[in-house]
Write a protein that binds this ligand. Structure first.
Ligand code: UGA
Length: 340
């Protein structure tokens, strides 16, 4: 059946990959908004892609009309870079929570289905071996550690959405990306300023033969997940007509790609050396260990480990991640190499 999907933040990392996959593999229509369109060149000429350039904070009338028009609402606009949680925590609360709340409420009002991005960060510094949406306690540091404003904002939105499900019958699915990586994640300009996430920062250092910073020595672990696997999980959530995904929270991550940040850095440098154009700069890279509070500021704290329990997504969506870490990293270098 043809569906109409509303994607707010369609030019973002998830939004541009997801909209392309929808147009390539389904007959669904995509209605989309973003403040920028530089990553949407393929989509913009597609007859089933309807784009409006605008800011979610200013365009309530357009958003309300399009929630009425569409079947599934995906509000993907958010700040998701830890450097900003420390340098400008209010902007994180204002965009990630305040600006998204009216969109959630309009989705309730019009009786539409909501698919909302939660985050692996909601688990905070839990020491559980695996993070489970049903059982893991959410552990944050003191209020002076502003790193947690993102996790708190997202957690509160998760709770508000669940409450709308309980009290107003909202049909919703929450998904929690675990360090999704891929081409087009953060811009290299953001990496230059220091505001991008780890893979783009390391890519920038490798391209310029600069030192790679290992925060707190790089002993902390993440489970890096290829964007193609993440988008496949989202496609299965969107395609669900059984109602099985309603009211569920899915961790979407790759537990087999659990590595330390130091290991990530080593692998990226080794893979870069496979590309003749990058070999010389990659050879100049060296590692420097710095305390997290020196790199980000005194509001920084960091989860030591973050492994997703993905049993619910496996059972309900018949989904499992397929792309190993090296293949995911190679796809990023190959995309860069093709544009260089
Ligand atoms: C991320 C972000 O909060 C969100 O993008 C997201 O919701 C969530 O977690 C996720 O993607 O699952 P984090 O994993 O800390 O948080 O994001 P990165 O900035 O990519 O950092 C990963 C690790 O690399 C951290 O331990 C950080 O200290 C380290 N790092 C980062 C370095 O060692 N060197 C750097 O130059 C940058």
């Amino acid at each position: 059946m043809t569906k109409k999907i509303l994607i707010l933040g369609a030019n973002g990392f998830i939004g541009h990959h997801l909209s392309r996959r929808i147009l390539d593999t389904t007959t669904w229509e995509v209605h989309a908004m973003d403040i920028a369109q530089d990553r949407l060149s393929e989509q913009l000429s597609h007859p089933r892609f309807h784009f409006f350039k605008g800011d979610i904070r200013l365009e309530q009338a357009w958003i309300d009309a399009h929630i009425q028009l569409c079947d599934i609402i995906l509000p993907l606009v958010a700040i998701a870079t830890p450097a900003t949680y420390i340098s400008d925590p209010l902007s994180v609360f204002e965009l990630d929570f305040e600006a998204n709340l009216p969109i959630v409420r309009a989705t309730v009002k019009h009786g539409k289905r909501l698919v909302f991005p939660s985050t692996s960060e909601v688990y905070g510094m839990s020491t559980d071996e695996e993070f489970n949406p049903e059982t893991t306690q959410l552990v944050y540091g003191p209020v002076t550690k502003s790193r947690w404003i993102y996790a708190c904002s997202k957690q509160l939105m998760d709770r508000v959405i669940c409450a709308y499900g309980q009290q107003h019958g909202l049909r919703f699915t929450l998904f929690r990306p675990f360090n999704w990586i891929g081409q087009g994640q953060d811009s290299l300009a953001a990496a230059h300023e220091g505001s991008s996430r780890v893979v783009t920062k390391f890519l920038y250092a490798i391209l310029h033969g600069q030192p790679i910073t290992l925060v707190d020595g790089g002993a902390q672990h993440r489970s890096f997940t290829c964007i193609t696997d993440g988008v496949e999980a989202l496609m299965r959530i969107l395609a669900d007509t059984s109602g099985l995904a309603d009211g569920k929270i899915y961790n979407i991550g790759n537990p087999h790609n659990d590595v330390s940040v130091a290991e990530l850095a080593n692998r990226m440098v080794a893979i870069a050396a496979e590309y003749p154009a990058l070999r010389e700069s990659a050879a100049k890279v060296h590692f420097q260990a710095l305390p997290g509070t020196d790199v980000y500021g005194s509001g920084y704290e960091d989860p030591r480990r973050r492994i997703p329990n993905i049993a619910a997504a496996k059972t309900d969506l018949s989904w499992s991640p397929e792309v190993g870490l090296d293949a995911a990293l190679r796809s990023i270098f190959t995309a860069y190499d093709a544009c260089a």
